[in-house]
Design a protein around this ligand. Sequence first.
Ligand code: PEP
Ligand code: MN
Length: 344
Amino acid sequence: MLVVMEAGARPDQIDAIVRHVEKMGLKAHPIPGANRTAIGITGKQGAADPEILETFPGVKEVIRVSHAYKLVSREAKPDDSIINVGGVDVGGNGIIVVGGPCAVESFDQTRTIAEQIKRAGGQLFRGGAYKPRTSPYSFQGLGEAGLEILARVRDEFDLPIVTEAIDHESLLLVEKYADCIQIGARNMQNFSLLKSAGKARIPVLLKRGMSATLEELLLSAEYIMSEGNYNVILCERGVRTFADHTRNTLDLSIIPAVKRISHLPILVDPSHGTGKRNKVLPMSRAAIAAGADGVLIEVHHKPEEALSDGPQALLPDAFAKLVKEVDAIAVVLGRSLQPALAAS
Ligand code: PEP
Ligand code: MN
């Protein structure tokens, strides 16, 4: 259920509803929008009476939300959400480019790549310290030592960090060191991990599972938001199909589909989406043209020596060209690249 407040509703009127809802054993989620606040109500259905809620001062209307996702929907918040990641806005009129290696391999490797990402105009830096690998014998990441490297690089280049958590323990460490917690495709329906991410105080980048429908993706975002963390960024990274000319099939049609029903920003990851370096630039252009709020790109200065995903990593020069081209496409659409943080 959704309680939509009048445009001029006062904070004490909102508080009165929150208190009433909580007294009924339900959870209240005030969602401030550009023109009005809505209060999402989650928990056991049936316990809150819409007719009583409608009598509270400041209430405009009470809407019964029929689909399973509520807090992610445009009914809860008609205007686009803008999520602040370490000082960089994701969503809204700006687009962003996230760049970095698949995995943090060493301080020198990470620093070298971060310097190039910053120089090229990238706003956020990525790199995995915990790698969910298909084979148990593949490189699993440096763990907390990798997070320490990321934090050093962030401080040197003023590049906020997005990095993956694979379980509850790593999530607590990622929250301590990074600016945004990535939940990977393989964990999109790890519901206990989603609940932990919902209790974190930093934003979450939620990647689409490799066979997840739009509704499943939105419900996973709903898990995070229902725990109180409303700062969720979605990410399309390709789904598994019969096609074998690419690693996955990048489903760009999900962008307008998400935009129609959700206020959350969505990024596109053409690196995992195609698995092939030569397809990353064209699919990045297409992603921005289709309305994505940014792209997430794997970059390595020595891809042939990378410990994971070398074949899809762009060289730093190709990344710089990509940043320029997606910016030019954004301008055609009345958008532009967000400014990167100024170096301090
Ligand atoms: C990654 O971004 O490094 C990654 C493992 O991606 P995905 O979860 O989309 O496979
Ligand atoms: Mn990778």
